[in-house]
Design a protein around this ligand. Structure first.
Ligand code: BGC
Length: 834
């Protein structure tokens, strides 16, 4: 496979289920193409370094004086080649069969682990030789203890300074025991669970020598067409930030060096999820206010939680590619947030600066990336080929290289790989029996019941009656274990995964029911050959379970879709089975919101199950039969039609809101001149925060603890709570169930337009039938402030409404005012806090 600076790059690994990868602004201006003088480079580099020291470090462990002393001692001994080596990473080919465990040169017969390809030169490189020469800092996707240990042995025993390698991998939702895809996990609104799961995956992967995860992906995604929506927590910055913190705590624990801890890499910095038209790798362009208010909070939360590394994104932001963007990487990340870990580029993102058109050659791309703040070059191999000359000619200062090396060494020292370089403990090579219950619970919590209509009996279709009945199981996702993993799981074994058919077969064996299965069609098929059997199977049943949706490969990286309907001829199969008149439960497997408009009108029960992971079948069966009541809530809005995208609940108001109008009817007269579509309603089919339960919950007494707060009080302490919003929630149904109680806020009257509502708190509560609980949400500056025209967080004397309820449509509210202080000291109308 050939890769160079102008051709796209195809990456492959045989083991990890990875995707193929084709391959402030003022400072950027100073680094523009063709500048002859070196002075601007020097100025930009000094600015970037100075800003790094401005605020307190985000990760205290990385700032430890003991680590610093060791870093400086090593740095003093390193040659330029050894320094650059720390900034170099190779992708393992994953070809275990031809593993060559010596550092002898690669041959055509024994390429495997040794020979990795330099995408810049196209040359085969012996990564093991590089490790032994101390010219390799990290490996990507090296899976298996034997393999990581082989590399590590060469780095630690043979290299001059014995600096160990860091092994990084895309462990996104589990290593061997797989939990739901991150979008599904976000539907749980359960950060504690996310911490437990991510710690579990770190414990599994460290037994194989992996100490660095390219996770969490915290990109906000408001457009379901974007395939990578599946990897994040959806459309909301508050939920996204809560999830981001939870992952970091789970991966890194309170000490990076503890066994079972890994360094996290928060990605993709920044705003990658805003790709125009939802098209993968596309440009992003937005106001700085939107960037700061909507897109940055999850990254910031992860950095504040101590994330050791950050991955710079592929996209450009307002014309400057994120992987050469000093505004993002120096001003915000290091300057404002005090990030003191290292930044790794996304895969070949440094090379892609050429495609972006901001560098005409590899040298310029390298200079722009490294001076902007990208410390490690993932797979462009521009740093190893270009940096020596750039440093020798003074185009990149030794100080910039030294600082990048320091950052890498700090993380290596903090993770304890110097003391414990090799994989430790019994290697986990398959799903762990003791982890199954946890991943099953996660899957159960991730499911979102979208519809559960009453049948003729007056009872809703779900849960299914435990009494024996004839069940028809139909659809392409019913018995496909591999598909339960979604777009990008770690290193699962397919034989560990429980399919829905397997679980339902076990269950009917216990309950005495009868299960008949017919696939009906494939995920993306056009042939209707299987339809008659499926229809027959449905006719002979009391209830039909249809398992439909996307293949894992239809979302994830490079998985953008312009259509959001059921792929292939699944819609036709759905309609044909519905025509039998049998009660149908539609299970939707997908990595994104799909358009389920027809289903919502014709199918009594619909449940979104995402891609649930190793325990998929058991978890779905438990919820279908009511052992567990569904509690998931949507982290992304489900549209009525693809033309609504990007669709999100926290939109800005317009000057022509269509209030009090029936938007399901075409407009007549003046109704037309409102912000609306003429053919469908504006609203989501299923909105953010929505999800049904087998029980019912009522909300009352929505109150705020203060109706008026002087603006001056805000000044006293930005961290102190300002007031509480409370509501009493009652389980009015017949069964114990969990509700995700949500608090939304709107700020009216500010100098900048604010969203119609924004999530500012949530809590999962479990109530017995008839039980009530008062739920409290603390609101302070963090929740109530907004970014003003100076891009600073601020509060003004304005009006606020708080809603508490079970979705973003919550209707019960309470109001309060922030009032101008009368004291002279606080007299300005707006108090702007920097
Ligand atoms: C993806 C990243 C991933 C990296 C390494 C890239 O193509 O965008 O999310 O971590 O590859 O596999």
């Amino acid at each position: 496979m050939r890769c160079d600076a102008t051709a796209p790059v195809m990456r492959h690994t045989a083991v990890l289920w990875t995707n193929a990868c084709f391959r402030s602004i003022l400072a950027a201006a100073a680094l523009c193409l063709g500048t002859a003088s070196l002075a601007p480079y020097a100025a930009a580099q000094t600015a970037a370094l100075a800003v790094n020291q401005a605020v307190s470090p985000s990760n205290a462990q990385l700032a430890s004086p003991a680590i610093e002393a060791r870093v400086e001692q090593l740095l003093r001994q390193m040659t330029l080649e050894e320094k650059i080596g720390q900034l170099v990473q190779y992708n393992d080919t994953g070809d275990v069969s031809s593993i060559q465990t010596s550092s002898a040169p690669a041959t055509a017969e024994k390429p495997g682990a040794m020979a990795v390809q330099n995408p810049t030169t196209g040359n085969r490189v012996n990564a093991m030789q590089l490790a032994a020469a101390g010219q390799l800092g990290s490996m990507l996707n090296t899976i298996g203890a034997e393999r990581t240990n082989t590399y590590q042995h060469l780095a630690v025993e043979k290299s001059r300074l014995h600096i160990p390698l860091l092994f990084g991998a895309d462990v996104i939702h589990g290593f061997r025991t797989i939990y739901p895809v991150p979008l599904g996990l976000a539907a749980s609104f359960d950060p504690k669970l996310v911490t437990e799961l991510s710690h579990m995956s770190a414990e599994e992967a460290t037994t194989a020598g992996i100490r660095w995860f390219y996770s969490p992906m915290v990109d906000i995604s408001r457009d379901a067409r974007w395939g990578r929506s599946v990897e994040g927590a959806g459309e909301d910055p508050y939920l996204g930030a809560a999830m981001a913190r939870a992952y970091i705590h789970g991966y890194q624990g309170d000490d990076l060096s503890k066994p079972g801890s890994v360094a996290a890499s928060v990605k993709h910095f920044a705003a990658y999820g805003a790709a125009e038209a939802g098209r993968e790798y596309n440009t992003t362009d937005m106001s700085e206010i939107t960037l700061r208010q909507i897109y940055l909070p999850p990254y910031q939360a992860a950095v504040e939680a101590g994330a050791a590394t950050v991955m710079s994104a592929f996209n450009s932001l307002n014309g400057v590619p994120a992987s050469a963007n000093p505004f993002l990487l120096s001003k915000i990340l290091r300057g404002e947030w005090g990030f003191n870990g290292f930044v790794v580029s996304d895969y070949t993102a440094v090379m892609e600066l050429i495609h972006h058109g901001i560098a005409l050659d590899a040298a310029t791309a390298t200079r722009k990336a490294v001076t902007a703040g990208v410390d490690v070059d993932m797979m462009s191999h521009f740093y190893d080929t270009q940096l020596p000359e750039l440093v020798r000619t003074g185009q990149v200062s030794m100080e910039v290289v030294d600082e990048a090396v320091r950052r890498v060494l700090r993380v290596k020292l903090a993770t304890g790989v110097f003391e414990h370089p090799y994989a430790e403990g019994a290697e986990v090579t398959a799903a762990v029996a003791g982890h199954r219950l946890l991943v099953r619970k996660a899957a159960e919590e991730s499911f979102v019941l979208l519809q559960n209509n009453k049948l003729g009996s007056g009872e809703p279709l779900l849960p299914l009656s435990p009494a024996s009945q004839r069940i028809a199981l139909i659809g392409p996702l019913a018995d496909d274990a591999a598909e339960m993993m979604g777009a990008w799981s770690g290193a699962p074994n397919v034989r560990d995964i429980i399919s829905l058919k397997q679980a339902l077969t076990e269950r009917v064996r216990q309950t005495g029911g009868a299960l008949r299965y017919a696939q009906g069609t494939g995920i993306a098929d056009s042939s209707q050959a299987g339809f008659p059997e499926a229809i027959q199977t449905a006719r002979a049943a009391d209830v039909v379970i249809l398992a439909m949706g996307e293949s894992g490969r239809m979302s994830g990286e490079a998985g953008s879709r312009a259509n959001l309907d059921l792929p292939g001829n699944q819609q036709q199969l759905l309609e044909a089975v519905a025509a039998t008149g049998k009660p149908i439960v539609l299970l939707v497997f997908s990595g994104r919101p799909l358009v389920l408009d027809w289903a919502a009108q014709h199918i009594p029960a619909i449940m979104e199950v995402w891609f649930p992971g190793t325990e998929a079948g058991h978890a779905i069966a438990n919820v279908l039969f009511g052992d567990v009541s569904p509690s998931g809530k949507l982290p992304m809005s489900f549209p009525r039609a693809v033309g609504q995208e990007p669709l999100y609940y926290n939109q800005f108001p317009t000057g022509r809101p269509p209030v009090g109008i029936d938007l399901s009817k075409p407009p007549t007269g003046e109704e037309r001149f409102l912000s609306r579509y003429i053919d469908i309603p504006n609203s989501a089919l299923f909105p953010f925060g929505y999800g049904l339960s087998y029980s019912n919950f009522s909300y009352r007494d929505v109150k705020v603890s203060k109706t008026s707060i002087p603006l001056s009080q805000v000044l006293v302490n930005r961290k102190a709570p300002l007031l509480e919003a409370t509501a009493t929630v009652t389980n009015t149904g017949k069964r114990m169930a969990t509700e995700v109680v949500q608090c939304y806020v709107r700020n009216l009257g500010a100098s900048i337009e604010q969203p119609v509502r924004s999530l500012k708190g949530f809590e999962r509560i479990t109530l017995a039938p008839g039980e009530s609980r008062q739920v409290h949400f603390s609101l302070g500056f963090k929740e109530l402030s907004f970014f003003n025209l100076d891009n600073s967080p601020s509060m003004e004397a304005t009006h606020y409404t708080a809603w508490i309820g079970g979705s973003s449509l919550a209707s019960q509210d309470a109001s309060f005012e922030v009032t101008n202080s009368t004291s002279a000291a606080d007299s300005p109308l707006a108090v702007i806090l920097q």
